[in-house]
Design a protein. Structure first.
Length: 198
């Protein structure tokens, strides 16, 4: 800190006058620009982190919902297929499950949806749609001459690895989920118990 001193002599006495430097209050333009820049960087980081957290939360919610839907499909599919005596394919490509003493059950798939239709005894139609994640593909397969039914879900991978097919087209890899049920398993089990009891 610089001080300006001035000396004056008055009657043999030396007088010294000291002048304090001018003190500056407030901030300069450069300081304001630096503060705004730092605040902008911090705000951008916060927005990026929040967006990442929201995407992660959405993925967790979707995964949880899909797990619940697959659990419902597994229970209902096992119940229907195990109770059926036969499974046939109708003219529209749907699977018709013949169940003794009950109306038949019709199963069909449409993209990511499994449809279940059953006509009750009083001719009321009960429809149920099991919706999986958009982008998934579902299909029903009959195996072993109609002795087993397989429900297949193809899900696109989160980070697909491209694979070229014979037509030089690029197809992403899929995750494959399979649910299988044996047709008439409940009836076979009850018949075997009946034979053993004899």
């Amino acid at each position: 800190m610089m001080r300006s001193n001035s000396k004056q002599r008055s009657n043999g006495i030396c007088l010294t006058a000291t002048r304090e430097p001018h003190r500056r209050f407030g901030t300069s333009l450069m300081e304001v620009v630096i503060v705004i820049s730092v605040a902008s960087i911090l705000l951008g980081l916060c927005v990026t982190i929040m967006a990442s957290l929201m995407r992660a939360q959405r993925r967790v919610n979707d995964s949880t919902r899909e797990t619940l839907v697959l659990s419902r499909i597994r229970r209902q599919l096992h119940k229907d297929v195990h109770s059926a005596t036969s499974v046939k394919t109708d003219a529209d490509g749907r699977l018709v499950l013949e169940i003794p003493d009950q109306p038949s059950v019709v199963l069909s798939t449409n993209k990511h949806v499994l449809n279940r239709t059953q006509t009750t005894i009083d001719d009321n139609v009960a429809r149920e749609a099991f919706r999986l994640a958009v982008g998934s593909t579902t299909k029903l397969e009959l195996l072993d001459n109609g002795q087993r039914l397989r429900f297949v879900v193809l899900k696109p991978a989160n980070q697909p690895q491209a694979v070229a097919d014979g037509n030089n087209q690029i197809n992403p890899k899929h995750h494959r989920i399979e649910l299988e049920s044996v047709v008439g398993k409940d009836h076979r089990f009850s018949n075997s118990n009946h034979n053993h009891s004899l």
